[in-house]
Ligand binder design. Sequence first.
Ligand SMILES: [Zn+2]
Length: 230
Amino acid sequence: MESPLHAHIKKQALYWLKEKVVDLCASEVKLFVKRKKLKADAMGINIRKRESRIIEVKVSRSDFLRDNVLRTPYGYHDIADYAYIMTPKELIDPSEVPEGYGLLEIDEYDHVIVKKKPIRNPNPVVDLDILMKRTARAATNEVLFKELSKEQKDVTKGTFARNPKVHLVNATCPVCKKRRKYLIKAQGQEEVTCKGRGCKTNIPLNKARIHIVTSYNDRFYKELQELMEE
Ligand SMILES: [Zn+2]
């Protein structure tokens, strides 16, 4: 599991790249180099200059020392024009930084300083167009995933979802295009009526891109009923 600190610094790495007049940036960019799978923590691409930058985030010394990708051929430094390691303050000494890599340090207020400049790779082993494609794909997935996970977030954590009778779903109306929440039977219901003002379209559930937010069972109904009747 990724630590909150790693996730935080990875995000700051993206902000830093964006500031460097980068057109396209993304985290978790999947790469294939010499049949090996790699994942760049952060990648940024300047399209006009045709330059790529990779930032690898390290939040502990053991993580830094363990990472062979930094030291073997076809590491991040070989892939991009510039590669950096980004760490909290004073985690590693600039002299420990593998050849070619730059060192970025981030303080407790998210201020980034360049402790060591990277050396430009004159001949990246991965074509810029491929890096661009991979970065665009990661950025796109990130946007879509965020939307989807927000929509599917179950605040009840499935407390009443065992043997469900009713689902709470998101569904999109084909006419007014509004995406709303509807309660539907867990079994057998085929459509709902759009709640949009004056719309009243019948929405076929098999076509409305429904996502189940949570579900409710008999126990939920009984508990709710008891509380409502008090
Ligand atoms: Zn509608």
